[in-house]
Design a protein. Structure first.
Ligand SMILES: [Zn+2]
Length: 323
């Protein structure tokens, strides 16, 4: 009996489907995700583990963690008779591009638009030490300097305390033929305990935003043809690279690489992200944001995240031509 038991279990495992349908949506089992990403699948709690990577997730959640960093899914995970499952959309567009650069748009990143949020008549979130627009400009200015030192061409949407509406910000990347767009903001919440860092990219077409109450959201129904959707996968790869470096460098509370239909993401024409560097409404966060040292820590982390992304999207070196 015992001799038969193991082969029987293996046969049963081999017979398990990789893709299942729940309410008309396709899901891929966690076990199949592990197989495709060459990671070992452990149950209860669910985990995919390899030498370099650990993917952890809970059922019915809109996020998972990669090496501890919180990354938001387009659709919640589900628990099925085959264990935890991810939507097939998220496997192809969220998980896979973190491991394999093939789904990303090949592009040499040389020109970057940095967008300090708010400005002039729009102060952004109020703080006790400064207005959000002031922190945004200080962080963006440092980031621009560092990226230029690293060999990138940088265009700032504003260089001083100018009033600038959202459409010209979003249009800047197309106008200047830039390769990526990074908007810099600081957060605010009615709950004074809310704190930490989050980095947004556009919500996938048809999915819900990670935080539907957030500021800067479009107050109109989603336009299925918005230009920002063209780079949904690339923008998420950029936001998750930046979020990872920010959490690693600052030790701040990790709110995750999130999804939102903010104007500057939704109407952009290149991979675009919006970084919320900390909360004006949280005393310890604001105290840190006010120091030039912490602003430098933030900018180094963002620049490192951009470099990680640029490395992954770099076109292959041209074949050597024989003379
Ligand atoms: Zn803001």
């Amino acid at each position: 009996m015992k001799k038969l038991f193991l082969p029987l279990l293996m046969l049963l495992a081999a017979c398990q489907p990789e893709i299942i349908k729940i309410d008309g949506t396709s899901y891929i089992t966690g076990r199949a995700v592990g197989k495709r990403l060459h990671l070992e699948c452990l149950d209860k709690p669910f985990m995919l583990a390899g030498q370099e990577y650990i993917v952890s997730a809970d059922p019915n959640e809109r996020f998972f963690r990669l090496n501890g960093v919180k990354l938001w899914l387009a659709y919640p995970t589900v628990e099925s008779e085959y264990g935890l499952c991810f939507s097939e959309y998220d496997f192809n567009n969220t998980l896979l591009p973190l491991f394999d650069a093939a789904p990303l748009t090949r592009r040499k990143i040389s020109k970057i638009v940095i967008d300090p949020g708010h400005g002039g008549a729009h102060p952004g979130a109020p703080g006790k030490l400064a207005k959000e627009k002031e922190f945004n400009l200080a962080i963006a200015g440092k980031l621009a300097g560092l990226l230029r030192d690293n060999g990138f061409e940088v265009i700032l949407t504003r260089n001083g305390d100018e009033t600038l509406e959202l459409p010209p910000r979003a249009a800047k990347a197309a106008e200047s033929e830039a390769d990526i767009f990074v908007s810099i903001h600081c957060n605010s919440a009615p709950n004074p305990d809310a704190n930490g860092i989050e980095t947004f990219s556009i919500t996938p077409r048809g999915a819900a935003n990670s935080n539907d109450n957030a500021d800067h959201s479009l107050k109109v129904p989603p336009d299925e043809n918005a230009s920002g959707y063209r780079f949904t996968v690339d923008s998420f790869a950029l936001s998750s690279a930046i979020q990872r470096r920010l959490i690693e460098s600052t030790g701040a509370f990790d709110r995750g690489a999130k999804r939102a239909r903010f104007h500057v993401l939704y109407n952009n024409t290149v991979p675009a992200v919006l970084v919320e560097c900390g909360f004006m409404s949280h005393k310890a966060d604001e105290d840190k944001l006010a120091t030039p040292e912490y602003q430098t820590t933030l900018t180094r982390a963002i620049a490192r995240g951009i470099a990680d992304y640029a490395e992954r999207t770099a076109p292959p070196a041209p074949d050597k031509v024989e003379k």
